[in-house]
Each structure stands twice: as C-alpha cells, then as structure tokens.
Design a protein around this ligand. Structure first.
Ligand SMILES: C[S@@+](CC[C@H](N)C(=O)[O-])C[C@H]1O[C@@H](n2cnc3c(N)ncnc32)[C@H](O)[C@@H]1O
Length: 214
C-alpha cells in the first residue's frame, strides 16, 4: 500500500499542487486560517509532517515573514521524493534556505532524527488519509509525543461525503473520515480538541486544533 501511494504522488506531484493548492485555493483558505489563529511566534519550532510540496510550510513561512517574526525553526518531511523535489524547487526559486527537509516514512519505527522533537507547532494536513486504519491512533500518539509541553498539533482530514468518496477515495486512493471517528481517535490518544472548523467548501476538510493532556 505504501508503495502505491508513493507511486501515485510521484506521478501526480505537480498535478496535486495545481489542483488542490491552486485551483481549490487551499492556499488562500489555509493562509486565512493561519493569519486568524495565533500559533506563529518568534523562536518557535515547527514541524510539517507529510509536507508534500510544502503547501502548509510555504504559508507558515510567508505569514511569519509578513508578521516580522524571527528565529523560527522549520522542519518538514514526506516519504515521496517527487513531492519534496517540488518543495525544493520552490525554495530555490524564492531563495529560502531555512526550511530543513527530510525524506521519512511516518510509519517507520523511528522515522525522525533525535533532534526532530519538542515542537511548538506540528501541522499534519491531508496525510491521515493514507495511514492504515489500525495505525491511526499509534500515529496520532507518535505525533503527540513530538510536541513540547504546550505544543499544538493541527490536523486536517477529509470528511466523508459523496463527492469526497468518489474524488478523494477513488481517484486519490485516500481514506475519508466521519467526524466522530477522528474526534474519537484524538481523544483516545490523550489529545484535547481546542477547536474544530472547516473551510466551508464542497470538499470541506475538518481542521482540528489539538493539545496533549499534561
Ligand atoms: C494529500 S498530500 C498532503 C501534502 C501536504 N501536507 C499538503 O497539505 O499539501 C499527502 C502526502 O502525504 C505523504 N505521505 C503519505 N503517507 C506518508 C507516510 N507514511 N510518511 C510520510 N509521508 C506520507 C504523501 O507522500 C503526500 O505527499
């Protein structure tokens, strides 16, 4: 299964970015989300887990720069080299050198280096769809373990409806979620939901802002 997903995103790296980020305007909608919430501060440590072409990191970087924030450590990883290549192309074009990218598989027993932890903010957008159902809670628990005491995990998952079942489920080989399933999984793994919201479009992913119980 992992190889099928990697092959899919290798073939469709550019299409993914054009379609979801540009045409569906996730760029504009997620940017609005990060401007209106207040998770970015100077000197924080941020992880983009399953970063793909870097859509969310790009937004975080742009918002932080425009707000005049400094000293932010940016880490990002994905297991598809073609997606990371698109991300690197953008970094080169924009002359950005302060995002540390790695190829890593979230489902490996120890996917990340020992200094990739103690994050203030972890963003995990559109990746749970590719995590096998039986590893859902384990994955959330792992990400939660990478947060520092007051860190926040923000996840975005595809809600199940007729459109997403066909478009995301079939064409993009992704799982879709009932809201209760994902809320339950977060609670079972010791994560507290600070807020849940959506983007208000037909696709309407569910965005959950989470903290761990301490
Ligand atoms: C829908 S894209 C989302 C990309 C990015 N987070 C965004 O919001 O644009 C899903 C990404 O998850 C990555 N992915 C899927 N399973 C993964 C795993 N086990 N470890 C790391 N990356 C994974 C894929 O390579 C792909 O880039």
């Amino acid at each position: 299964m992992q190889n099928t997903i990697k092959a899919l995103y290798t073939k469709r790296a550019v299409l993914y970015h054009r379609l979801f980020i540009d045409v569906f305007n996730f760029k504009g909608r997620f940017e609005k989300f990060f401007r209106e919430t207040n998770y970015l501060h100077s000197q924080i440590k941020v992880l983009d887990a399953g970063c793909g072409t870097g859509a969310i990191s790009r937004i975080l970087h742009r918002v932080a720069t425009q707000k005049g924030l400094s000293g932010i450590t940016y880490h990002a990883f994905d297991f598809t080299p073609a997606m990371l290549d698109e991300f690197k192309r953008w970094m080169l074009k924009e002359n950005i050198h302060d995002i540390d990218l790695k190829q890593a598989d979230l489902l490996d027993p120890k996917p990340l280096a020992s200094d990739w932890r103690e994050y203030d903010l972890i963003v995990f957008f559109g990746v749970l769809e590719y995590i096998p159902k039986e590893q859902l809670e384990q994955t959330l628990r792992y990400l939660s373990s990478l947060l520092n005491k007051n860190g926040v995990l923000i996840i975005s998952v595809t809600r199940r409806n007729l459109f997403t079942t066909i478009f995301i489920g079939w064409w993009w080989k992704a799982r879709t979620f009932r809201e209760q399933e994902i809320r339950g999984a977060c609670q079972n793994t010791g994560l507290v939901i600070i807020r849940g919201s959506g983007l208000g479009i037909i696709y309407n992913p569910l965005i959950l802002e989470l903290k761990k119980i301490i």
